[in-house]
Design a protein around this ligand. Structure first.
Ligand code: SAH
Length: 456
């Protein structure tokens, strides 16, 4: 027990939530000491139980709500509490967008010291449900059959799930159909503890624009019992199916896909379009999971790039070349760099598929490849970065400052590292003109944003 703290573990106290954390918990303060309480919303009065009292902050559990926020709504999903896939379903969609805007503003001020930067309201979805184009669902044996669902929060217990309200309907249909067929043929599910059984995951991918569907059955064993019957039934029952794949993962691991991929029927890839750019998607390819909002995100990046057709553009962290190909249509030349070799193979294939010839892709670390390009005389008028959550490597930011492209467009999936990196670029001579957050993952706490910077 730490007697210097204003609260102790197991205390019951009445609080008012003042704020929401970036991971969706309510923040209550007792004499300035913050307590994080899942499910609490700003403005709400509640009784909480203190679960943990650390030196600088504590955690609590919501016991009783005395006064509800006008933004509180009933979560639509019946397994919302157990699942953990979404964190904000108890907040109205409008409330979610407001919270994300506030979060971006706050980190830009606190971490980036950018009080005056223009932050636009978050671009949200008209219908923020059923947006995901990819499902990967674990399977387990239960008395009376197979269940396919989600790992319960903080455990490896699989919860039976008939539908997921942020998945496109066809993905739910694939999962339930494959589960039912496997059950009927008596094919066992993988048991993690004993490392026995056959079916590990059922995966579905859907090209939203083309309607094409890929079904991937991940097995522990090389052999898939009743393979022919399984394929025939999937073919007959899944509209739009173009590819049925078995992936073998015989390792003891949490990683979903193994190294062996077998095409059981149809094509190795399915196709989809973002705007007018076509993409080939294999079972292993990275592809944005909310295609509708991806278009909104890339349109914003394109608008911020202000291309006239004369520019040389660098796309750092280019993945399968999605942004590069989008920009190539309006630029003179685009150079993409990405660390995963398979993604660069996909990027090259996608360039060919679209007959786009003014792009070049290279495998490697952005922070190594771009300085090399610079030494060879390859520079950019516009430089786009779309790094992972940890943000850009400092070496890359320093190269940008040396190279001085007229514009930098920063696409970010983590406002905190965005703010940190903008500060470095500002100190190096850039000015952040505006920031546009885009809601790619409604009902979760994730927040994407695009920033436009100009050389002073
Ligand atoms: N722009 C792409 C992908 C962005 S995700 C799209 O919109 O689809 C971030 C990408 O950065 C991933 O593909 C990841 O493999 C890649 N990456 C991570 N670290 C990197 C590094 N140091 N250099 C280059 N690419 C990196």
């Amino acid at each position: 027990m730490n007697r210097t703290l204003p609260v102790q573990k197991n205390d019951y106290i009445d609080v008012v939530f003042e704020d929401l954390t970036h991971d969706g918990a309510g923040v209550a303060k007792v004499e300035g000491y913050p307590i994080f309480v899942p499910n609490g919303l700003p403005g709400e009065k509640a009784k909480i139980k203190v679960i943990k009292a650390n030196k600088g902050y504590g955690f609590g559990r919501l016991m009783e709500l005395y006064e509800k926020s006008p933004d509180r709504v009933e979560a639509k999903c019946p397994i919302y509490k157990e699942c953990g896939g979404c964190q904000l379903q108890h907040l109205s969609y409008e409330g979610q967008l407001k919270a994300k805007e506030k979060q971006v503003r706050e980190v830009l001020t606190r971490i980036g010291k950018l009080e005056k930067v223009k932050v636009h309201p978050v671009l949200g979805m008209d219908n923020p449900w059923r947006y995901r184009n990819k499902a990967q669902v674990p399977v387990a044996d239960r008395e009376g059959g197979l269940v396919a669902g989600f790992y319960q929060k903080r455990s490896h217990e699989i919860i039976d799930m008939k539908e997921c309200l942020i998945q496109q309907e066809i993905n739910d249909q694939v999962v339930q159909t494959v589960r039912e067929i496997c059950e009927r043929y008596g094919i066992s599910a993988y048991n993690e503890e004993r490392h026995k059984g056959v079916i590990r995951h059922i995966m579905a991918r859907h090209g939203m624009v083309t309607g094409e569907v890929m079904v991937v059955i991940v097995t522990r064993t090389n052999d898939l019992p009743h393979e022919e019957k399984l394929v025939e039934e999937i073919y007959n029952r899944i509209p739009g199916v173009k590819s049925i794949i078995q992936n073998v993962n015989s390792k003891k691991t949490n990683v979903i896909l193994g190294d062996v991929t077998k095409v059981l029927w149809g094509e190795e890839v399915i196709y989809d379009l973002i705007g007018n750019v076509k993409f080939a998607i294999s079972s292993r390819s990275f592809y944005q999971v909310n295609p509708e909002q991806t278009k909104v995100l890339y349109d914003t990046a394109l608008e911020y790039a202000e291309l006239t057709g004369e520019e040389s553009v660098i796309d750092a962290y280019c993945g399968i070349g999605t942004i590069s190909l989008f920009l190539a249509q309006k630029a003179k030349k685009v150079y993409g760099v990405e660390i995963v070799p398979e993604a660069i193979e996909d990027a090259k294939r996608n360039a060919e598929l679209n007959d786009i010839n003014n792009v070049e892709f290279e495998v490697g670390e952005a922070e190594t490849v771009i300085p090399n390009w610079y030494k060879q005389g390859i520079t950019a008028d516009v430089l786009v970065v779309d790094p992972p959550r940890k943000g850009c490597d400092e070496a890359l930011l320093n190269t940008i400052i040396d190279m001085k492209p007229k514009k930098v467009v920063y696409v970010s999936c983590n406002p905190a590292t965005l703010a940190r990196d903008l500060r470095i670029l500002e100190d190096g001579g850039y000015r952040t003109v505006e920031v546009q957050p885009v809601d790619m993952f409604p009902h979760t706490t994730h927040c994407e944003a695009v920033a436009k910077l100009e050389w002073r």
